[in-house]
Write a protein that binds this ligand. Structure first.
Ligand code: SF4
Length: 225
């Protein structure tokens, strides 16, 4: 039966607040992030609870110019919001080199071509969530973070059940002290708030999720309107 991941997160945040008040130190959080608009509300929500570092690992994005544009927009957003005191402290931003082969290997779309025409929320997307979250989890474990989560659930097109199932499973697959922070960031008007912040800061909002297939499907649907 599907869980209410927003409520699970509320309970975690309440316990974290109590612990921080007792010991005077915020826990660290590695936040996997896909772009500036999706990060905006998540950072606003979580920055008082955590010492946040952002992990931009998204080799699913096509083409490379789009990958670079989303990364650059995230960097600019963090610098601009730092000046406007949007956060208590500007998050560190960690990113990897662009390697689209990671996406094709992880999703195995070349072996299973039927996945190329799936709409969002299908098996291609589940594999795409998994390999990016796994990489972030491994980084969090190797670098001593207390918590990790991802911005992905803020999108109304993303499957929060699949995302949170992956988050829970990673700890079983790769034992470490890193805790998964449950999330369904679109809830409690989170998605709407991300639109407001994007407008306020003039953020670039992309018209497709990221991979070449979402670009092709998006173009097809726009052409048939
Ligand atoms: S539509 Fe988005 S989540 Fe799904 S495979 Fe493409 S980039 Fe990944």
């Amino acid at each position: 039966m599907p869980q209410n991941y927003s409520k699970l997160q509320d309970a975690q945040l309440s316990a974290i607040k109590t612990a921080t008040e007792a010991n005077g130190k915020k826990p660290s959080l590695l936040l996997h992030a896909c772009c500036a608009p999706c990060s905006s509300y998540v950072l606003e929500l979580l920055s008082s609870f955590f010492d946040i570092s952002i992990y931009y690992y998204n080799p699913n994005i096509y083409p490379e110019a789009e990958y670079t544009r989303r990364l650059s927009e995230l960097e600019t957003f963090l610098e601009t919001t730092e000046r406007s005191h949007f956060f208590e402290a500007q998050p560190a931003l960690i990113h990897t080199d662009y390697n689209p082969d990671d996406f094709f290997q992880a999703t195995r779309v070349q072996d299973e071509p039927e996945l190329k025409t799936e709409s969002e929320r299908g098996e291609r997307c589940r594999r795409c969530y998994y390999f990016r979250m796994k990489k972030a989890y491994e980084y969090a474990a190797a670098n001593g973070f207390d918590y990790f989560t991802t911005t992905l659930s803020i999108s109304p097109f993303k499957d929060a059940e699949k995302i949170n199932t992956i988050g829970r499973q990673l700890k079983d697959e790769i034992p470490s002290d890193v805790e998964y922070l449950y999330a369904d960031f679109k809830k409690k008007n989170g998605f709407l708030r991300s639109l407001e912040i994007s407008k306020e800061f003039g953020l670039y909002r992309q018209e497709y999720c990221g991979c070449i297939f979402s670009l092709q499907n998006g173009l097809i649907s726009r052409q048939t309107k």
